[in-house]
Design a protein around this ligand. Structure first.
Ligand code: C2E
Ligand code: CA
Ligand code: CA
Ligand code: CA
Length: 278
């Protein structure tokens, strides 16, 4: 029997809101995904350009949807942010990454820092600092081996942010500013925030060494980081020419497909226990 369509839905035209309908469906699925263990983490190595060794890896969350297959984090993280799921998901990500770092340690791999992305919603989470502290205790990971990546944002005021970052730093962890240069915030926060590292966004590095403006910006960011005694990571390195430019410019670390895509924890174990033996 045909169901009566409620009056308020009569404006709905499929062509109008396919995007919205899709999003609502995804949001429903997201709620079960954590419980159904559909998330997992891959890890992308960051190479120290002075020593040629990998001292850290960035944890990147993945969602294997039971029917739609792989859904990229650029799609589901913003939805998770809006529906509040980012809080339990963010906790799961942090705990899983810290546990993984301990597992690698037990396997005898050279100890690596693990970098974990914090989303905006987590910065507003009341018990964020306690949560990080508890996870470090539970997993028994030495705090200096955890780096949290935050993005510049306009939504939190500088005082609040400075306070929060100091509390996090007091735990003994490292803090990196992700996607540096793409936000709208003023540079003045760099002198107040207790940060250890800047990550130059891929959009700046993409066109070096061909675009003089991008070259100038990248060189400037590296030199500024040096003066502020911050480490600098260049993201999204795909070409040898980019690498040469960055080595010459004195960049500390690179992360990109040229060296490695994000890979599974098992692949990290195999790759680095191999290197260790040789
Ligand atoms: P992001 O934090 O800037 O992460 C770097 C992204 O660049 C990753 O995409 C990585 O796979 C990609 N990438 C690395 N090297 C290259 C390269 O050489 N070429 C190209 N084309 N891409 C490269 P991914 O994993 O799809 O993540 C996209 C974004 O989703 C992340 O950007 C981050 O904003 C968010 N995200 C991913 N994992 C997490 C997470 O665990 N928590 C939170 N809050 N956000 C996450
Ligand atoms: Ca990141
Ligand atoms: Ca980034
Ligand atoms: Ca990004």
């Amino acid at each position: 029997e045909a169901k009566q369509i409620p009056q308020r839905f009569l404006f709905y035209k499929p062509y109008m809101s396919k995007g919205i309908a899709d999003r609502i469906l995804l949001e429903q699925d997201l709620h079960n995904a954590l419980e159904n263990q559909e998330f997992y983490l891959d890890y992308q190595p960051q190479v120290n350009l002075k020593t040629g060794t990998v001292e850290s890896v960035e944890a990147l969350v993945r969602w294997r949807h039971p029917t739609r297959g792989f859904i990229p984090p650029d799609v589901f993280i913003p939805i998770a942010e809006e529906c509040g799921l980012i809080i339990p998901l963010g906790k799961w990500i942090l705990e899983t990454a810290c546990m993984q770092a301990k597992t690698w340690e037990r396997q005898g791999l050279p100890q690596m820092k693990v970098a974990v992305n914090l989303s905006l919603g987590q910065l507003f989470q009341q018990d964020l600092v306690e949560m990080v502290e508890h996870i470090l205790q539970r997993t028994n990971l030495e705090p200096k081996f955890l780096q949290l990546e935050i993005t510049e944002s306009m939504t939190m005021n500088i005082d609040q942010m400075t306070q929060l970052l100091h509390e996090l730093k007091a735990l003994g962890i490292q803090i990196a500013v992700d996607d540096f240069g793409t936000g709208y915030s003023s540079l003045s926060y760099l002198k107040d925030f207790p940060i250890d590292c800047l990550k130059i966004d891929r959009t700046f590095v993409r066109n070096v060494p061909n675009n003089p403006n991008d070259e100038a910006l990248v060189s400037m960011i590296i030199s500024m980081a040096k003066h502020l005694r911050l480490k600098v990571v260049a993201e999204g390195i795909e070409e040898v020419e980019q690498l040469s430019f960055l080595i010459e410019g004195g960049c500390d670390y690179i992360q990109g497909y040229l060296f490695s895509k994000p890979i599974s924890p098992q692949q990290i174990s195999e790759t680095f226990s191999e290197l260790h033996r040789h």
